[in-house]
Design a protein around this ligand. Structure first.
Ligand code: KDG
Ligand code: MG
Length: 414
């Protein structure tokens, strides 16, 4: 069974998605997610210009060999653009293989290790009362684990907080890349960040949430890479009384050794890796057991083949998964994560936000969210179809994540 056609579909039903669509000589179609928020066209070009010509005529069954061919054959290894492109090919080939077998993909990954994947949702509010309402809404939707983010007194807007003033009044419980008003050049919005105010405020937020919802509810928090290792250690310590499920991206982890200091100072569980793209980014973090959860997405880390190996490596050190699942991972990437979630033994939790209605009209999914658990469904393959004609009607629209400046105007690391 040969790969006959390679199509790259860029669509923007509210936000941009890049999808790879492979068609085999037998007419089997496989989909892969290649969405890299804010740099989508770079991956689309990588796939169209450099990968598609190599794929036509290859045996669609040889997934590992194709992975190695694309990774080693490029000479230039790793990096988010390369690894998102390889991930899309890998996902599409697994989709094809499972469709040919007539099985949902998780069956080819060893079958189900659990009845569903525990999901966490994003609750947020500009202040504590608004946050508590948002937690209640999430509980009513069925969530059994909740990420908690709030505005910081004195700051106009804070990344990750829905309905913040910079969000234009529209409520987003995920972190949106922002489009510009018509006719103005597209640039990242610049937000002001105050670390001391943040470190003072966050423990009061968790105090309020725990006293309202009790000790059982799993609570998570994302620091979005904004702290130094020493500040991260302070935050981890100050949150210890509230027993978080995890503290995410407490410090920029390109400096893996920096996590030694955080780890030595706090028992708050740590999650890292949504901006990583290979196992090498985790080498020190995993072998020295400096983290508790791997945050990679299938989409940004070389696909199912690579992430499964990474999770096997992590399992040796009792480190679990907590795959990245924002709405800038497309429904195809989300489906791939769910098949892996139910199959691997060291699953921890899955981030999940529902895509908007337009997106779910284009991408027809067979996964479901019931009583706090995600289920990949029983459709053969990944279980996602893409309405090609409808997708082409939504033109690519540039949009970027905000950048942060400190009070003195210097660019903030994150
Ligand atoms: O594209 C960036 C988003 O995916 C990221 O900001 C989301 O931090 C995030 C999270 O934990 O989902
Ligand atoms: Mg995050």
């Amino acid at each position: 069974m040969r790969i006959d056609a390679v199509d790259v579909v860029v669509t923007s039903p509210g936000r941009n998605f890049v999808t790879l669509r492979l068609t085999t000589s037998d007419g089997v179609v496989g989909l892969g997610d290649a969405t890299l928020n804010g740099r989508e066209l770079a991956v689309a070009s990588y796939l169209r210009d450099h990968v598609a010509p190599l794929l036509v005529g290859r045996d669609a069954h040889n997934i590992e060999d194709t992975w190695q061919y694309l990774y080693r054959g490029a000479y230039w290894r790793r990096g988010p653009v390369t690894m998102a492109a390889i991930a899309a090919v890998d996902m599409a080939l697994w989709d094809i293989k499972a469709k040919v077998a007539g099985l949902p993909l998780y069956q080819l990954l060893g079958g189900a290790s659990r009845t569903g994947a525990l999901a966490y949702g994003h609750a947020s509010g500009r202040d504590i009362p608004e946050l508590l309402d948002s937690v209640r809404e999430h509980l009513a939707l069925g969530y059994r684990a909740i990420r908690v983010q709030t505005g910081i007194p004195g700051l106009d807007s804070v990344y990750g907080v829905a309905a913040s003033s910079a969000g234009g009044g529209e409520r987003y419980d995920y972190e949106p890349a922002r489009r510009s008003a018509q006719g103005t050049p597209v640039r990242p919005v610049e937000e002001v960040w105050d670390t001391r105010a943040y470190l003072r405020h966050v423990p009061t937020v968790f105090e309020a949430v725990r006293s309202e919802f009790g000790p059982e509810l799993p609570l998570l928090h994302d620091a979005h890479h904004r702290l130094t290792p020493n500040q991260a250690a302070q935050l981890g310590r100050s949150l210890e009384p509230y027993k978080l499920f995890w503290l995410e991206d407490c410090t920029p982890a390109e400096n893996q050794e920096g996590l030694r200091r955080v780890r030595a100072q706090t028992t708050t569980p740590l999650a890292i890796g949504e901006v990583f793209n290979s196992v090498y980014d985790y080498q020190t973090l995993i072998t020295e057991q400096l983290i508790d959860y791997v945050r990679s997405s299938v989409t940004h880390s070389g696909g199912i083949t690579a992430l499964r190996k990474l999770m096997d490596f992590a399992a040796i050190y009792q480190i679990k998964s907590g795959f990245h699942g924002p709405t800038d991972v497309s429904p195809v990437g989300m489906a791939a994560a769910l098949h892996l979630d139910v199959a691997i033994h060291n699953f921890g939790i899955q981030e999940y936000m529902k895509h908007n209605a337009q997106t779910l009209d284009l991408f027809r999914t067979s996964y479901s969210f019931v009583d706090g658990l995600l289920d990949p469904g029983e459709a053969p393959g990944l279980g996602v179809d893409l309405d090609l004609e409808a997708a082409r009607a939504f033109e690519y629209t540039p949009a970027y994540l905000p950048v942060n400046r400190l009070l003195d105007g210097t660019m903030h690391d994150w």
